[in-house]
Ligand binder design. Sequence first.
Ligand code: NAD
Ligand code: DAU
Length: 425
Amino acid sequence: MNPQFYAGAYYDEISELPGGLILFLVESNRFLGSYKYRIGLDSYFPRLCGSCGEFHMNKTILVTGGAGFIGSNFVRCERLRSNRIINLDILTYAGNLLNLEQLKGDSDHIFIQGDIRDRELVRKLLKGYQPDAVVNLAAESHVDRSIDSPESFIQTNIIGTYHLMEEAREYWKSLSPERREHFRFLHVSTDEVYGSLGPQAPAFIENSPYAPNSPYSASKAASDHLVRAYFHTFGVPAIITNCSNNYGPRQFPEKLAPLIVLNAVEGKPLPIYGDGLNVRDWLHVDDHCDALHAVLEKGKPGQTYNIGGCCEKTNLETVNTLCALLDEMIPTSRHVPHCSLITFVEDRPGHDRRYAIDCSRIRSELGWRAKETFESGMRKTIQWYLDNPEWVHSIKTGAYRDWMSRQYGGAGKNEDSPQKAPGKA
Ligand code: NAD
Ligand code: DAU
């Protein structure tokens, strides 16, 4: 397919004054469509999307938490789609400017270090950059940290979302009717809000009742309820997505997949909580970003979309897969077979047994589906960690070491013959 654009000026039919530019898209003498860009009214141009072959408008998007794991991957994906990004991130331990290295010098990526609770700053950004959408990825995201210390989860995930929503509501009200109709507030949430599934229970659907079990998931559930209420009460065109476990490049190594990879490479114990039979549904972060893009472009305001990989694995299966891939990818390591490093440790309090996402809605309504398989995605992810030792080094600050030793004690230390920490197995 090799479509071509033809551009010309058009006159407004009523005023008969110059109205703006009109673009015609033609492929092999076949007329595909035309788009009017109204000077002074439209803030975007149409664009043919390389990945899905459909037309999109170039947008300005305010992304919060864009220096974190999913945020930085999302920002990169959206820049590849030529959308302009205003990236607001406070840079907690999980936010890292190295995650945005590839965008250095890109004038359409504007990074601002700041807090989503800072109303004045958020107001200034909305007024100054006039975004077409806000995508809220700023959060405290690690379950174990929420058990250790819930305060920051309440502050960022609940209070922060409230402040951001309030400012988005005021901004949205100030827009012209056409821009108001197209504006979106996309709130990125988690499958953990639905609680824990029994072994045979059907996967979570969008109408599954909320039953959060950790301070983290409770704070995310609270923020989802707020966002939902702002749609129903005030009409803010908000959409919520609830996604399953992500893995991929730039994930902070407090989460299972990168923690296992980095520990295994260094010959450290691979801590598995409890009996290792808890089930998670894994999705590569790029697939999540594609889903968020589809929701932004085609999702219905007030709707919730579940996103998942249809890829349920017990933690033991996940860790064994990572170990087998590492054995193959670094066969000369003295830690082969890496699975010999597996160490069962004390369980996480209130540990949800199983998550599984039914993503039929986003598949049938928006045409999204995951591209990576678990094996291909995990292989690429391991390769990324092996290829980026500077990134890994930058993460391993004193704060990271403190967390590891507080959370894992002996099982997180670098020992040649790991001791089993107290646990069930
Ligand atoms: P992350 O912890 O890697 O990144 C969070 C980012 O938010 C960091 O860059 C941090 O600096 C920033 N941030 C924190 N508090 C802030 C504040 N007050 N103001 C501005 N920025 C702030 O998290 P992640 O894994 O990328 O998750 C992003 C979002 O996606 C979260 O809402 C999370 O609940 C959701 N989610 C994550 C997963 C997953 O598996 N990681 C799955 C489903 C949903
Ligand atoms: O389901 C989506 C959620 O996935 C997101 O909302 C969260 O932000 C994200 O952190 C993740 O939560 P989990 O608690 O499922 O992810 P985590 O990587 O912490 O743990 C995955 C599983 O592995 C879980 O059952 C706990 C277990 N685990 C985790 C760690 C860190 C271990 O067995 N050992 C570990 O050391």
